[in-house]
Design a protein around this ligand. Structure first.
Ligand SMILES: [Zn+2]
Length: 348
């Protein structure tokens, strides 16, 4: 570890304890440039008066209008604990590109009523065009001890952590709860050709934010198409890949329509090929009468006779069967939406 890191961090800890002894929260921060501490600040939060008073925020205020961009862009903010989002934004707005933290976000969460959720803060800022390097866990053990002075009354760290562990058991974890209710969904829409999978699938998909759609036909578009072509099943791997890709890149609702889903073995193989983790599946089979299928077939202008083979296959076990006879696309979509939303668990 950089020896200087230790020097500046120890100063942050002194400031944090000083704030604690005054009855504030135990945080301190300093601005270092060219090996010299230019500015120091401690926490002055006052909950009764709703004064924010975070140490880093106070530090930014001291530095603004005082130091040139040239100095600030080469300066480093040292802080006793990983900064909250408001302070992070304030430091970024100051034009500083480097933050060194004593206590990491993860370690600090031991003193909070909810678990740490790893957030790629550097990456998020980069997306906004802001360059920032965050270094955590510098003299972390010593930094955790600083919290023993929280609010002006000394209490051993072990006691504080034990107390929070108890709270964590009894309160609903807001972060975990949110993640559960946001659990990604893979929605399968199965059924005979011409039954209306694409019509329903595209409208459903457009009715959700952060959703993605795959039509199985897109994954195997060859000429001439033949069900006896031994290469046909290679298309399933493409489907697994596209679905994994959507799920892995954070889409909450991934819709997939295909006639191959009517075959339980092919369906299972496609699902097995999905490498994405932590999603749940909601499966539908659309059905209708022979007359309706014939009507839809003719309306679509497909050549040849209507084939009822798929229509009469048993739906896969567990599928929600939706009868589309005499119903508009909108009505069918509404019913399916209800089923999907009913499977979204809310914890709050
Ligand atoms: Zn803050």
């Amino acid at each position: 570890m950089d020896e200087n890191h230790a020097k500046y961090m120890k100063r942050c800890y002194e400031l944090a304890v000083s704030a604690g002894k005054k009855g504030h929260d135990t945080f301190g921060a300093v601005l270092v440039h060219d090996g010299e501490i230019l500015e120091e600040a401690e926490n002055t939060a006052d909950y009764a008066r709703r004064i924010f008073g975070h140490a880093e925020f106070n530090l930014v205020h001291k530095c603004a209008d005082k130091y040139s961009d040239e100095i600030l862009e080469h300066a480093v903010v040292y802080t006793s604990c990983a900064p909250c989002e408001r302070c992070l934004a304030a430091i970024a707005s100051l034009g500083v590109h480097r933050i060194v933290c004593g206590v990491s976000y993860k370690a600090f969460s031991r003193l909070l009523p909810f678990d740490d959720r790893a957030v790629d803060r550097e990456g998020l800022l980069r997306q906004l065009g802001i360059r920032m390097t965050l270094t955590e866990s510098v003299l972390e053990e010593e930094g955790m001890r600083v919290f023993e002075w929280w609010g002006g009354e000394y209490r051993p760290l072990e006691e504080l952590i034990a107390e929070m562990d108890e709270v964590k058991k009894t309160v609903v974890n807001p972060i975990r709860g949110r993640e559960d209710s946001m659990r990604k969904k893979l929605i399968l829409i199965s059924g005979s050709p011409c039954v209306g999978k694409t019509a329903v699938g595209t409208r459903l998909f457009e009715s959700y934010d952060n959703s993605a759609y795959l039509d199985g036909d897109w994954c195997w578009c060859v000429h001439p198409f033949s069900v006896t072509d031994s290469r046909l099943r290679n298309g399933d791997r493409s489907m697994s890949f596209v679905l994994s890709n959507y799920l892995d890149t954070g889409f909450e609702y991934v819709f997939f329509t295909s006639v191959v889903l009517t075959d339980p073995i092919i369906r299972e193989n496609i699902l097995k090929g999905i490498t994405a983790k932590d999603y749940e599946t909601v499966a539908f089979t659309l059905t209708c009468s022979e007359e309706t299928l014939k009507k839809r077939h003719d309306r679509r202008g497909d050549k040849g006779e209507t084939n009822y083979y798929w229509l009469h296959l048993s739906p896969c076990p567990g599928d929600i069967v939706i009868d589309t006879d005499n119903r508009s696309i909108r009505e069918v979509v509404r019913e399916m939406k209800k089923e999907i939303d009913a499977r979204t668990v809310h914890h709050d």
